[in-house]
Ligand binder design. Structure first.
Ligand SMILES: CC(C)(COP(=O)(O)OP(=O)(O)OC[C@H]1O[C@@H](n2cnc3c(N)ncnc32)[C@H](O)[C@@H]1OP(=O)(O)O)[C@@H](O)C(=O)NCCC(=O)NCCS
Length: 196
């Protein structure tokens, strides 16, 4: 059984951003992201608002004492919600996160990936790099994970650049989300410690 982290310890701050565990009232930003074809271009088919509503009960689940799940990303200066950020188990054959693997008292039996989605007005300001660096720090300071991975569509050069800036190494193309040609990235705990 894993010790639960306090609610305060799950609120992650950066210079410009606050990350809070995704809550039911964050359906607004979930819709803004998941229903926008521009945001979803390299991620998945855009969802309908009805599908997002149905997805919220999974999206707020947390595993490993709160350490695994989705965070809502807010601009500290204005309180505007600009995106989400994840530490979630990578599905290999399934098309989506297997939420039944996310349980309160254990780490999922899968590799854990870092990820982020931002609304288009927030692109190009360095926010994704700030988010990714903060989640890596959280992962290596507050979890028992030996490594963190990431997966992207081969065409998602902007996301791949973010991962490179945060010290993740490309692992080549492997299976994930039911596709065989997904670009994988990885950073181990010693690699993160060496660069932190
Ligand atoms: C991919 C995505 C997350 C990139 O987000 P981003 O915040 O624009 O990415 P970055 O953090 O790299 O910032 C981009 C640029 O802002 C610039 N920038 C501007 N102001 C900055 C500041 N104050 N600090 C740091 N960088 C700043 C940086 O120079 C960087 O450009 P560079 O890589 O040429 O140096 C975003 O486009 C997105 O949400 N896309 C849709 C969803 C998606 O594909 N998610 C990833 C799925 S794998």
């Amino acid at each position: 059984m894993i010790d639960p982290l306090s609610a305060d310890a799950l609120v992650l701050e950066t210079e410009r951003l606050r990350l809070t565990p995704l809550a039911p009232q964050d359906e607004d930003i979930a819709c803004a992201l998941l229903c926008d074809p521009a945001v979803m271009r390299y991620v998945d088919d855009p969802m309908t608002p009805q599908a997002v509503r149905a997805h919220m009960s999974d999206a707020v689940k947390r595993g490993a004492g709160g350490r695994i799940g989705i965070w809502c990303v807010t601009l500290k200066e204005t309180g505007q919600k600009i995106g989400d950020a994840v530490l979630t188990p990578v599905p290999i054959d399934a098309p989506d996160i297997e939420w039944d693997r996310v349980v309160p008292g254990a780490y999922p039996d899968a590799q854990i990936e870092v990820g982020y989605l931002l609304i288009p007005s927030a692109w190009g300001q360095g926010f994704a790099t700030e988010i990714c660096a903060r989640l890596l720090r959280f992962a290596f300071e507050q979890t028992a994970l030996a490594e963190v991975v990431a997966t992207t569509d081969p065409g998602n050069a902007k996301s791949q650049a973010v991962l490179g800036k945060c010290g993740l190494r490309p692992l080549g193309r492997k299976r994930a989300y039911g596709y065989d040609d997904v670009c994988w990235f990885e950073i181990t705990r010693p690699e993160w410690q060496a660069g932190a």
